[in-house]
Design a protein around this ligand. Structure first.
Ligand code: TPW
Length: 542
C-alpha cells in the first residue's frame, strides 16, 4: 500500500480519531491522501498554534493520540509552543510534518521554509518530543512509525514524524500493531507492598492525584483505590478535571497557599503523601506554606516510583495502580475536611461583574442544565475555574501558555461532539480567538466567555503601576457575527445571567459573551496565588 495509507491506518489503529492541520506545498500530497482515503476526518484551522492546541485537547479528551499535520518550516515551527505545552503536560500529540523530497534537498539551493540545514526542524523538535522519525526509506518506515507511535502512547508525550513529499505514494508494508513494552509484575507488586507498608506506618497518610492518571486511563481504578484506602484525597491544579463526577470523596484541589486552607494543611501536613502521576511544579508546590518534605512522600511519575532514598524504575502507573488494588485496605486515618461547597446564587442586579460572579453564574447554569466540559486559557479565567463545580477541564495548568483556550475548546468539541464552555481573557483571545471562524464549517457551537478587563490582568496583579499591561477595548462581541457566531457584551450581573441563558438556548452557532470586568478585578483564588508567589519569589515588589 501507499506509505501515506500505512501511516493513516497506523494512526487509527494506535488510537487517533481525527487529524487537525494546515497544509502547505510540502504537505499537499499527504493532505490529498488524508482526504481521499477517508481513514480519519480532517479539520483544518487558521494558524498552526491552534492546530497544535486543538489536537492536544483531542488527545486529552480521548485519552489517546491526537494528530497535528502541518507543512515544513513555516508550519511546523509555527506550532512549536503548542507542542511544547503537550510535552510539558504529557499529552500524546503526533506531529506529522511534510518535508522536501530527497532530490530537492540535493539541488544545492536553499529551499523555501529551510532554516539553517534541512535537518534544523527535526533538531528543534528533538527538544519537545519523546521520539522522532524521518520516513525517507519506505522499507524501514513501518517499523519507524510503530516505534514512535508506541513511544507516544507509553511516554504520553508528543512525537515527530517527518514525511518527505516524494515518499507519500511510495510502496510500503502495513505498520506492525501496538505491542506494549513488557512490565515486570514482581517489581510493581514489591513496590505496591512498600507503598502500603509506608502508608500503614504513617499517622496522617494522604493521596494526591495527578494528571497522568487521566493520560493513562486510570481514573476508574484510582477511584476504587481511593475509596478502599479511605484516606484524604485531593487533586492537583493540573489534574483539576480528572475524576469529575466520580464517587471519590475529594477534599479539593491542592494549590498551596492559593487554595483552600483545609486542603493545604492536610497535604502539607501528611507524613506519607502518595502522589500518583503528579507533575511536581511551581503552580502547585511553589506556593506551599510549608515546603513539602519529599522524603515523606512517594512519587509515581514517568514510569518511576520514588521513595525517599530509592527508586523503582520502569514501573508504569497502570501496573502500580493494579498492584495497589491487589493489596489496598482501609487505613482509616486522617480525618478528611469537608470539601468546600461551590459558590452559587448570582445576584442578578445592576452591579458591575467580578470574576467570582462569573463563577456563580456558571455554577448556577450547571445546576440548571447539567455540567459542561470546560476549556480554559491561562489568565484569571483559569483561577476562576478552580472555584467552579468540578467538571472535565482542559487547560495549560502547568506550562501556562496563553492562546490555548479557544482552539482547545474546538478540539474538545471535534473529539467528543459535546458543547464546551470556553473561558478566555481578552489578552489570550487576541492571540487565537479568530479560530472561532472555523466553527460554522464544522458545526461547532462552543459558548465562549471572554473575561474582558482590557488588560493583561494577571501581569498587572504581579506588577501594578505599569501602563504596558493595559489593553485597548476591542469589542469582541461585535466580531462574533462576522465569524459566524452570536456575540453579546455584558457589564452588569443581570445582563450576564440573561446572556448565559440565551447562549445556552441557542445551539445554532457559537456564542460569545464578552464579560466586561473592572481592570483591577481579580478572583479570590488569583489574589491568593499572586500574594503567595510574591511572598516566595523574585517577583517580590521593591
Ligand atoms: C503565550 C505571559 C501570563 S498571564 C498574561 C500574560 C501576558 C496576561 C493574560 O491576559 P488576559 O487574562 O488573557 O487578558 P487576564 O485574566 O490576566 O487579564 N505569552 C504567552 N503565554 C503567557 N503565559 C504569557 C505570554 C502572561
Amino acid at each position: 500500500m501507499k506509505l501515506a495509507h500505512a501511516l493513516l491506518h497506523a494512526l487509527s489503529d494506535y488510537g487517533a480519531r481525527e487529524i487537525f492541520g494546515i497544509p502547505g506545498d510540502f504537505a499537499l500530497p499527504f493532505f490529498k491522501e488524508i482526504e481521499a482515503s477517508n481513514i480519519l476526518p480532517l479539520y483544518t484551522l487558521s494558524h498552526e498554534p491552534g492546530v497544535g492546541f486543538a489536537a492536544d485537547a483531542a488527545a486529552r479528551f480521548h485519552t489517546s493520540l491526537g494528530v497535528a499535520a502541518v507543512t515544513y518550516g513555516a508550519g511546523a515551527l509555527n506550532m512549536v509552543n503548542a507542542v511544547a505545552t503537550a510535552y510539558a503536560e504529557k499529552s500524546p500529540l503526533v506531529v506529522i510534518s511534510g518535508a522536501p523530497g530527497a532530490r530537492e534537498g540535493a539541488m544545492g539551493l536553499g529551499l523555501h521554509h529551510q532554516v539553517k540545514h534541512l535537518d534544523s526542524q527535526r533538531l528543534v523538535y528533538n527538544e519537545i518530543t519523546s521520539a522522532q522519525a524521518v520516513l525517507d526509506d519506505p522499507t524501514r518506515a513501518p517499523a519507524e512509525i510503530a516505534r514512535v507511535l508506541t513511544a507516544a502512547r507509553e511516554t504520553s508525550r508528543p512525537v515527530y514524524i517527518e514525511l518527505p513529499r516524494d515518499m507519500v505514494a511510495a510502496e510500503a508494508d502495513a505498520v506492525p500493531a501496538f505491542q506494549p513494552t513488557p512490565e515486570v509484575p514482581e517489581a510493581a507488586a514489591a513496590c505496591a507492598a512498600e507503598v502500603m507498608a509506608r502508608l500503614q506506618r504513617a499517622e496522617v497518610p494522604a493521596l494526591l492525584l495527578g494528571v497522568e492518571l487521566r493520560r493513562y486511563g486510570l481514573e476508574a481504578k484510582v477511584e476504587e483505590l481511593a475509596r478502599r484506602l479511605a484516606i484524604p484525597t485531593a487533586n492537583t491544579f493540573m489534574a483539576r478535571g480528572i475524576l469529575a463526577g466520580a464517587d471519590v470523596p475529594l477534599i479539593g484541589t491542592y494549590l498551596g497557599l492559593a487554595g483552600e486552607e483545609g486542603v493545604r494543611s492536610v497535604i502539607e501536613g501528611s507524613d506519607a503523601l502518595l502522589m500518583l502521576g503528579v507533575i511536581l511544579c511551581d503552580t502547585n508546590f511553589g506556593t506551599s506554606q510549608r515546603q513539602i518534605d519529599l522524603r515523606n512522600a512517594i512519587h509515581a511519575f514517568d514510569r518511576d516510583v520514588r521513595f525517599a532514598h530509592h527508586v523503582y524504575g520502569n514501573v508504569s502507573l497502570a501496573a502500580l495502580v493494579d498492584a495497589l488494588l491487589d493489596v489496598a485496605e482501609p487505613l482509616g486515618r486522617g480525618a478528611a475536611p469537608e470539601p468546600k461547597a461551590p459558590a452559587r446564587g448570582l445576584v442578578a442586579d445592576d452591579a458591575p461583574i467580578t470574576p467570582d460572579d462569573v463563577t456563580r453564574a456558571v455554577n448556577d447554569l450547571f445546576s440548571r442544565e447539567g455540567r459542561m466540559p470546560i476549556a480554559s486559557d491561562m489568565g484569571d479565567c483559569l483561577f476562576t475555574a478552580m472555584d467552579m463545580v468540578l467538571t472535565e477541564l482542559v487547560a495549560p495548568g502547568y506550562y501556562a501558555t496563553m492562546g490555548s483556550g479557544v482552539p482547545m475548546g474546538l478540539g474538545l468539541q471535534a473529539a467528543t461532539g459535546r458543547r464546551p464552555l470556553i473561558l478566555v481573557g481578552d489578552g489570550a483571545f487576541q492571540m487565537t480567538g479568530w479560530e472561532l471562524g472555523n466553527c460554522r464549517r464544522y458545526g461547532w457551537t462552543p459558548i465562549v466567555l471572554v473575561f474582558n478587563n482590557t488588560a493583561w490582568g494577571m501581569l498587572k496583579a504581579f506588577q501594578a503601576d505599569t501602563a504596558y499591561n493595559d489593553l485597548d477595548d476591542w469589542r469582541f462581541a461585535d466580531i462574533a457575527a462576522g465569524l459566524g457566531g452570536r456575540g453579546r457584551r455584558v457589564t452588569t450581573r443581570a445582563e450576564l445571567a440573561e446572556a448565559l441563558a440565551a447562549a445556552v438556548a441557542d445551539t445554532s452557532t457559537f456564542q460569545l459573551i464578552e464579560i466586561m470586568l473592572p481592570r483591577d478585578a481579580l478572583s479570590a483564588t488569583l489574589r491568593r496565588f499572586t500574594s503567595a508567589i510574591k511572598q516566595k519569589s523574585v517577583l517580590k515588589d521593591g
